[in-house]
Design a protein around this ligand. Structure first.
Ligand SMILES: *Cc1c(COP(=O)(O)O)cnc(C)c1O
Length: 392
């Protein structure tokens, strides 16, 4: 059977809304359109009930209490709320934060903002696989440190960080731990207590839910995390995030969490098999290619490769010649400019190899036939570009 083109292999950038998720959301646009804050009529009660069901579904997936889930507009907002919220709330204790060099811009740019306001930030290095050394976390924390923020899994190279170990260090040192867990939630088991995180960001559109809705987990037990809200207004979400709740979006996020939790184990196994099929197919048929990211501690659907002897100057020649396969080079957020990805640079990968890197993000829709088609086309294009280049 011929594969249908174009093929989507960029599931780290976003995912389609699952049909079940779309159906769950539909009534909350059309009939059940009430404001979840309206306490005096049935429309409001229905909306509020749906929001609380969704809150329980999110909580169930990450192993927390529903009251610890704060709905936001997505992970960028969740990261901002976590970092700024904690930095400001604990300013009297200290003004030092610790993060890693490979975080998403939603974390790194928030740290830059805090530095302009007088906070100090330590950016931890990573090894050649993109992994943070927990010992470096231990060394970086000072009595003035209030927050450590390390992502769960890389959106570029798929490396899964040793977060549970980092969590134990933070707990021992009495420092709060935040994790941008966007790429891991719904793909690999994520439980806040197992990881030892006090705050955790997630977003619906990376797990087959709608764009523009996410959540921040904020620990309420011990320790009870204090946060300075970043939006003034009606005091929604127990004062942690004002603004009328996006009821259909929240319903979609809840359903997406419930569905991902149910499908996780078989889907992860299927994606690992597809990814290994793609990796093996390329490594057998091409020489001089490199795997970026950790060989085993990586997200099921992630494959990131760099190709030697492909003219990097032509920029994204390789990507452009693969128009019918939606993949990306480095992070989608930086591929508009010709800057090598900060993640690959932090891993010590040179500019030439960084410029020829391709990130495959396999997901629910992908099939063996698509993987085989992509493999064949990449072999064809890499071979063609190498023959054209001055290296041949
Ligand atoms: C996509 C992504 C974000 C941003 O999420 P939005 O909901 O689009 O704001 C943050 N962190 C990581 C790791 C991501 O992959």
């Amino acid at each position: 059977m011929a594969v249908k083109l174009p093929i989507y292999m960029d599931h780290h950038a976003t995912t389609p809304v699952a049909p079940e998720v779309f159906e769950a959301m539909r009534p909350f646009f059309l009939e059940q359109f009430g404001n979840a804050a309206s306490r005096s009529h049935a429309f409001g009660w229905a909306a509020e009930g749906a929001v609380e069901t969704a809150r329980a579904e999110v909580a169930q997936l990450i192993g927390c209490r529903p009251i610890e889930v704060v709905f936001t507009s997505g992970a960028t907002e969740s990261d901002n709320l976590a970092l700024k919220g904690v930095a400001y709330a604990y300013r009297d204790k200290g003004t030092h934060l610790v993060t890693s060099a490979v975080e998403h811009p939603a974390v790194l740019d928030t740290c830059k903002h805090l530095e302009k306001e007088g906070f100090q930030v330590t950016y931890l290095p990573v090894d050649r696989h993109g992994m943070v050394d927990p010992d470096d976390v231990a060394k970086a924390v000072t009595p003035k440190t209030t927050l450590v923020s390390v992502m769960l899994a890389s959106n570029e190279v798929g490396t899964i960080q040793p977060l549970a170990e980092i969590g134990r260090i933070c707990k021992a040192k009495g420092v709060l731990l935040h994790s941008d867990a966007v790429q891991g939630v719904g793909k690999i088991p994520v439980k806040v207590d197992g990881l030892g995180v006090d705050l955790l960001s997630l977003t619906a559109h990376k797990l087959y839910g709608p764009k523009g809705v996410g959540a921040l987990y904020v620990r309420m037990g011990s320790p009870r995390v204090r946060l300075v809200p970043q939006m003034d207004g009606g005091g929604h979400e127990k004062g942690r995030r004002s603004g009328t709740l996006n009821v259909p979006g929240i319903v979609g996020l809840g359903k997406a969490c419930e569905l991902s939790g149910r499908l996780m184990a078989p889907e992860a196994a299927r994606l690992v098999a597809l990814r290994e099929r793609l990796r093996a197919g390329l490594f057998v048929r091409l020489d001089h290619l490199h795997l970026n990211g950790h060989p085993t501690q990586r997200l099921p659907g992630n494959l990131n490769l760099s190709f030697d002897f492909v003219d990097g100057e032509a920029g994204e020649a390789l990507l452009l010649s693969l128009k019918e396969i939606a993949v990306s080079s480095g992070s989608a957020c930086t591929s508009a400019s010709m800057q090598a990805s900060h993640v690959l640079r932090a891993m010590g990968i040179g500019d030439d190899l960084a410029h020829t890197s391709i990130r495959f993000g396999l997901g629910r829709s992908n099939t063996e036939e698509e993987v085989d088609y992509a493999c064949g086309r990449i072999v064809e294009e890499v071979t063609r570009l190498r023959a054209l280049g001055s290296f041949s």
